[in-house]
Design a protein around this ligand. Sequence first.
Ligand code: MLT
Length: 400
Amino acid sequence: MPRLNENYLNVQDSYLFAEIARRVKSYEEGHPDKAGDVIRLGIGDVTRPLTKTALDSLHEAVDMQADSGTFKGYGPEQGYGFAREAVADYYRRNGVTVDADDVFISDGAKSDTGNITELFAKDNVILVPDPVYPVYVDTNTMDGKQIIYMNGTEDNDFLPMPDPSVKADIIYLCSPNNPTGACYNKEQLQAWVDYALKNEAVILFDSAYEAFISEPGLPRSIYAVKGAKKCAVEFCSLSKTAGFTGTRFSYTVVPKELVFTASDGQRMSLRDMWNRRQSTKFNGTPYIIQYAAAAVLSEDGMKECMENISYYMENARMIAETLRRKGISFTGGVNSPYIWFKCPKDMESWEFFDYLLEKAQVVGTPGAGFGVNGKNHFRLTSFGTHEKTKEAMERFEKLF
Ligand code: MLT
């Protein structure tokens, strides 16, 4: 009989967004007359189609696969050189130098943030903010690792800072944050990098929402901060930036400077380990996707993406204005597609989820799904259409 990984007994029965989908489906089945009215502002899934650059290059790459002269079979597991260069160039245009050799192409930041846990021994102390993107918690729980939490609350604007009395080995940070939309400034990130360097810790930095930063001076990468290459891995993706949630392209930067001492004194490079892991367990992102992603990451390609991002941020403004009119306190919506607010009427977040679905047919994400500090909070995404977002906010306004 196989002995199973019993750490799975310690994770929630279902992943947060799977649970939400299950509840919405059950509501729709129970209320067929209302099913057509449901507006989904829960999971952060985009609604705008791919840009012209993405589509033209996808078509082009498909045609290449039809010709024996340009056909591609297996590619490099780490990604094609042109895609890694395109990522490095995108960083350069945002004022950050990243070596293309340190860039790894993948199919999603969710996969990479989950898979990287394999490189770290079980006895590491993992520090995660609460509220937090549940993937960091679930994947470490599945590995049986010890997690400690730092509180993100209204008192610290949902931006927890290092506590010198806490000794962590691996720190997860996400900025702009999912779910709260809060964004660290340069000094705050510098404090985290200094803490990590002092404690010989690694920061796993999720910058999936960097393209949504609109306030000048806020860092779009942890590498905008001094010393970060010696202590940080960065994950990013085109899911939200370019509407690739269904197309799948991400990149992870593992700087060659990340070298640590093993118990026998050997020096081990995190980049070499990740490279070894990926070349054994991953056959690479499809050529046609990498080809399109490289075009999207170009200056012209990115201009079109920014038009879509402005469209979504208009929704964020609509949501924020409604909350302001109702006197409901919130964060996010300025440098982030997410708006995080206190549930009205002192409701708990799952109670509020059911109430909003039942009374207004609007789906959001209960804060409790992101940790105990989210118990009385709720997240709405701005990735809907203008029409649906407006309608959802009108229903919200009527309800309160
Ligand atoms: C979210 O809604 O939090 C995320 O977009 C879902 C994901 O990326 O896995």
